[in-house]
Design a protein around this ligand. Sequence first.
Ligand code: SF4
Ligand code: SF4
Length: 81
Amino acid sequence: MGRDDNTVVNKNKTGVFIDSNFCKGCELCIHFCPENAIKIEENTYNAMGLHPVKWKGECSLCGICFSVCPDNAIEIKNESE
Ligand code: SF4
Ligand code: SF4
């Protein structure tokens, strides 16, 4: 709630939500994602003037990206659980 999501949202509100204004573009989540499901937004700048990352819209919701993000920019929602 209230997060500045730059992600694809499906009807079930299930997915990886990345707050672009918290993201400093360190790419840790990209490197640790086993499914190559996150990409850097090279043409986008956030409030800090940095390139944020974006979820591609589909993955297993394993939660690794959430665990490794040092800036608490990632939220995983899985309403089927
Ligand atoms: S939840 Fe897992 S598979 Fe999905 S983007 Fe994050 S690290 Fe990748
Ligand atoms: S780990 Fe966090 S701060 Fe780093 S690129 Fe991913 S979402 Fe952004």
